[in-house]
Each structure stands twice: as C-alpha cells, then as structure tokens.
Ligand binder design. Sequence first.
Ligand code: SF4
Length: 460
Amino acid sequence: MLLRHTHKDIKERSALTINPAKTCQPVGAMYAALGIHGCLPHSHGSQGCCSYHRSALTRHYKEPVMAATSSFTEGASVFGGQANLLTAIDNIFSIYEPEIIAVHSTCLSETIGDDLNQIIQKARDEGKVPLGKHVFHANTPSYVGSHVTGFANMVKSMVTYFSESGGQKTDMINLISGWVEPSDMREIKRIAKLMKAKAIMFPDTSDVLDSPMTGKYEFYPKGGTTITDLIATGSSKRSIGIGYWATNDAAIALENKCKVRFDVVDIPIGLRATDRFIQQVSKSAEVVIPSEISEERGRLIDLIADMHQYLYGKRVALWGDPDQLIPLVEFLVDIDMKPVYIVSGTPGKYFEQRMSEILSKKVPEAKYKNGQGADMYLMHQWIKNESVDLLLGNTYGKYISRDEKTPYVRMGFPILDRVGHSYFPTVGYMGAIRILEKILGVIMDKQDLESPETRFELVM
Ligand code: SF4
C-alpha cells in the first residue's frame, strides 16, 4: 500500500498491521533445515503454505529450494494430519532418499493441534524411517513471532534431536549461525579458519543455497552441516551463538543437554560487532588474532576516514530483522550517520533495550519499534513527516524509495529484485567494507545528480 498524502498527526494503531516487516515462521524453519547436509524440509500443512515458503526462499537465493508437504485437504483440516504425515514420510524416503527429514508445522496443523512428536514416533514404530535415517521436527505456529522465530525453533530442535555429549570435551567450538546469507556463513568460517579456531558451524547453508552451476543438478548439494558434526556439537568445549534472536534458545538447550557453555554475540556486522565476535572466537577457541584480520580491520578504518564527509549526519531509515538491525545501527552510529527510524516485525523486548543503549546519547531523536504495529506503513508515515537521506532494508522498501525519491540500499531478507547478497558477505571487516561501498555508491550518485560540479571535483 502506498501513502499518497502527508500524515501530520499519526494516531497509534492498536491492532492492524499494514505491510509487515516480517514473514512467517516456517520460512525460517525451512531455511535453517537447508543448512543440514542431505536434509529435505517438510511442511506439515497445506500445499499453499509450502509453495509460499519455497518461493520466498527461491526468489531470495535464486536457487531451487526443495521441500515436501503433507498436502492437507479438507479432511486433514478437520480430522488432523497424522495419516498425511505418515504417508509423506514413507513416500519421501522411498522417492527422494534424504538423510534427514526436518518437519515444521504451519498455522493450520498448530490450530488443529497435531502432535508431531507422537506422529513421528509412530512413523518410526511402523518402520517408515529407514535405518540410519532421521526425522525430527520444530513447532512453528506463524501467528506468533516471525521467520526469525521459526529459524530459531528449528536450530534449537537440531540440538534437541542430534547433539550428544561424548563424555570428554574436544577442542572444537560450535558456531551457531544466526540468520545470515550463505556468503556470510562462508565468511565466518573463513575468519575462524584464519584464526586457526577449530569450529563446527550449524546450520550452514553455504554450498547449499549458493552452489555453482556444474551442468549436473544435485538434489542435495555438497554443503550443510553433517549428522556427525551435529552429534559432535555436544562434545565441543564452548558455543558461540551468532545473533540473540536466532541462536539463544539453541545455545541454552545445548548447555542444558550437554553442558556446553556458551556466549551469544551480535552478528558481526560493522566495526564493533566484528571486534566483539573476533575477540569472542579468540577467547572461546583459545587462539590468537592473526595479522591478516588486523589488516582487514585497518582497511575498513581507512575507508571510513577517507569517506567520512559523505556519511556524516546523514539520516537513515532501516527495517528488517533485529539480529541484523542491532549491529547495523551501531555501525551507522560509529560512522557518524544518524539512524533515525528503525522498525522490525519480530517481537522481543531486548530490541528496545539495545536500541536505547546504542541511540540514546548520539541520536536521541531516533524512533524505533518492533513487534505488533511495527510495519512498513508506520515507517512510511515517519518518513513522510520528516524525510531521510538513505533507506536500508529488504525489498519492501522499494515503494517508499520510489515515492520519496530516496537513495536505497537493499539488505536483509527478502531481497527479491536484486542479486549479489548470497555471494558477497556483509559480515566481518570485509563485509563492512561492502556495506560502506553500497551506501557510498547511492549517496554519491544522488549528489552527482543534484550537483554536476561535485562529479567534476571528484574526477579532478
Ligand atoms: S497459513 Fe500460516 S504457515 Fe501458512 S503461509 Fe500463512 S502464515 Fe505461513
């Protein structure tokens, strides 16, 4: 919905959401499940839900996303979906031959009250799960939370189902990945390797949703965390959860189940969040920070210093997922930009606390909101009342950008109308350089258009 007129007096809406800044839980559960090697996600609900979740992921990652469905019809909606799921498990193992089926529920099956635990156990008892193969599940009712909640629930279920304590702790650490791009997961692994930290990352969608074209289609690409590694997470000496919303529950579950102590850090987006992540890896894995990492940091600082005059005081509006928004807003404040409007459809009180910590001193005029009522309509209202210099968020900001003629950088999930996000990381110091390159590109493009002399001066 587009706003065609200025709203001077904004009345608080108490119930209605217009253009939500989130999507539904099973999308996140499906994405997380794809981060296990040889796993076929299964949507326990109607075909329409599964088609939507698959298409949301396919359009963002530009890769075919395979998933099965219980294909509910009127009968299943009334009597429950047990028969459908039992048949599905049987068919999936005989036809598609996955190592694992990761079942997630949908609004409909949650409303009916299907007991997935009991149904899956029945499938095992009836011999529908071949020896050495696995079926596990996460409950993902979409009328609470968001796609991030669904991701978190599926990651927690990986721990509940697979992690095993081997008695003795190994010298490995677990990197519990939050919702980031496959390119980001690859970058986090590169950083860990540079630091000589022995790590198991789960889930891991690199080489699954960014796999190369080889001429031969692989139903189960080579990437993804293996079952062996998932089991071994219970013996690791320490875990690092990367992103509070997406990983905190899994980290707690792993400590409770296998006594693996943990720390949860922000996704390493920008300068200070990356500093904290690197320090945490150094501490948890007991490794030193190599000069290559310090040099990458130095290059980022150099770029910030070189281009500071284009960034200083620019007003920014952001929307998306809290785990990304928190370090991103902190980064913008660090480079003297002004993140003035921030919305996230994902609920959770921690959002307000962190935003207040980051913004209250340096950008006291900032408005931020998450959960109920924090939608793109509210964002547009704020922008109508006082404009911004830059929009930073997923695809759904393009209408605001078009209406307000405001420079716009796409970041987050989903990005349906651009490419690159699944290939170029935005985490780590190199990722921060990429974010800056994109921001500076649109800001300087606008200056060029408004003042041809600026372009001339730059060329000179
Ligand atoms: S019915 Fe629920 S699970 Fe299905 S697409 Fe809609 S919000 Fe998602």
